[in-house]
Unconditional design. Structure first.
Length: 193
């Protein structure tokens, strides 16, 4: 049986994450010195099938992971579309030639992941008064990992598109909760409802 978020939880989470993602988009806009817009996040409990499908998207996405712990623990996995990433890297450095350097692009991806996903989770937790610590992100390839996405207890999938003046790219963030991490979030949401 798959866990589902009721409409109140889903709406509240969507609203809180929209605020957090807006703040993260503002940070990215200031870093790039470009206008950034985003779509309203689509949030749901991820099914095993969706997680399996996402884990096989290496040709379309770069993957980063960040562990978090404290009031809840788990891992934040971010998929950043390969389409538009080099343009974003060029915008970050204001130098087209540097964006051809794969190491530089990887560093930019880590910065973007940290800004968009790390800041979003941290922003959500601040709003619901749940203290967590987030580790810096690292790049990885799911095909060479022994730990499958479906090994986690509960996973929330959040899909958001960020549109930057120069490029459009898509991010998907999966929040993997260890043990009763989602329950901790829902208890905090109950206080807001």
């Amino acid at each position: 049986m798959m866990l589902e978020l009721n409409a109140d939880y889903q709406d509240t989470l969507k609203e809180l994450l929209n605020i957090s993602m807006g703040q993260a988009a503002d940070k990215l806009a200031r870093l790039l010195d470009l206008h950034v817009t985003l779509t309203v996040p689509d949030i749901k409990i991820a099914s095993k099938e969706e997680l399996d499908k996402l884990q096989q998207c290496e040709s379309e996405y770069h993957f980063t992971r960040q562990s978090f712990y404290g009031g809840m623990s788990g891992e934040l996995v971010t998929l950043l579309s390969k389409n538009g990433c080099k343009q974003i890297a060029a915008d970050m450095t204001h130098d087209e030639s540097e964006a051809e350097d794969n190491v530089f692009v990887d560093d930019c991806l880590l910065d973007i992941s940290n800004i968009l996903s790390g800041a979003s989770l941290k922003g959500l937790c601040q709003q619901i008064e749940l203290n967590i610590k987030i580790q810096p992100p690292s790049l990885f390839k799911p095909s060479v990992q022994t730990h499958r996405f479906t090994d986690w207890n509960t996973s929330i999938l959040m899909e958001v598109s960020f549109i930057v003046e120069a490029a459009q790219f898509e991010t998907k963030t999966i929040i993997f909760f260890a043990n009763n991490g989602l329950d901790q979030v829902l208890v905090q949401l109950d206080d807001l409802l």
